[in-house]
Write a protein that binds this ligand. Sequence first.
Ligand SMILES: Nc1ncnc2c1ncn2[C@@H]1O[C@H](COP(=O)(O)OP(=O)(O)OP(=O)(O)O)[C@@H](O)[C@H]1O
Ligand SMILES: [Mg+2]
Length: 236
Amino acid sequence: MELSLKKLFETEKSLAEANARIKNERLTAIGELAASMAHDMKNPLGTIQSGMDIIRRNTTIDPQIGEVIQRMERAVSRMSHQVEDVLNFVRTTPLSLKPVSLNTIINSAIKSVEIPRTIQVVIMGDDVTITCDEKKMEIVFINLILNSTQSIPGEGKITIRINKANGNAVIEIEDTGLGVPQSVISDIFKPLVTTKQKGTGLGLASCKNIVEQHGGSIKFQNNPTIFTVTIPIHAN
Ligand SMILES: Nc1ncnc2c1ncn2[C@@H]1O[C@H](COP(=O)(O)OP(=O)(O)OP(=O)(O)O)[C@@H](O)[C@H]1O
Ligand SMILES: [Mg+2]
């Protein structure tokens, strides 16, 4: 009796393992498909964007058409952002390391995010030069600053603090926004977790991948909302 029960448990266990394997393979296949779709969408989106630029520059546009073009431009920019999100998440290319100042990376990230005039951004602390992949590290700060911007409904402030501690650079991004919703607190760094209607939920998952690839870590707290990125100053 005991022996057959043991056998039953073992069969159930291997069945569960087989199911998990199938699920994993399916997820991998979906990931590959998403990556290849995102990649193939990049060029046509670029063509639409430059087409709209040409129309804007070469025609006297009546205000109504101008508005339509503006809406189209916003839609294209949203699609481009989502495509970039998917690609950043699935692309784990080797790091191209060099010493870069955090101030430079963060300022360049700030420039690529559309921050409303009602939101004040301040950088505090002494600059730290870290050995990192500049492009990838910029993606981390673009995502964090964009999230902060999106969490502030009207007027507000984003404070970025740079510090050094135990051979690491510690960067805190604090915002006066609405805070991380309760429903996503435990899964916030997992892919496809979003509370936004137009979000992909890949921003923080990509940040985590990139930071961990550099041997660092990322965490957050609420009240006030602070995302803390810790990166070794010298890469191993
Ligand atoms: N600074 C923040 N303040 C409040 N909530 C945040 C903040 N940053 C992230 N979140 C919450 O975490 C969720 C996941 O963030 P993540 O950046 O991964 O995806 P997203 O912003 O929803 O979409 P995407 O970045 O792919 O466009 C957000 O939907 C939001 O609910
Ligand atoms: Mg985001």
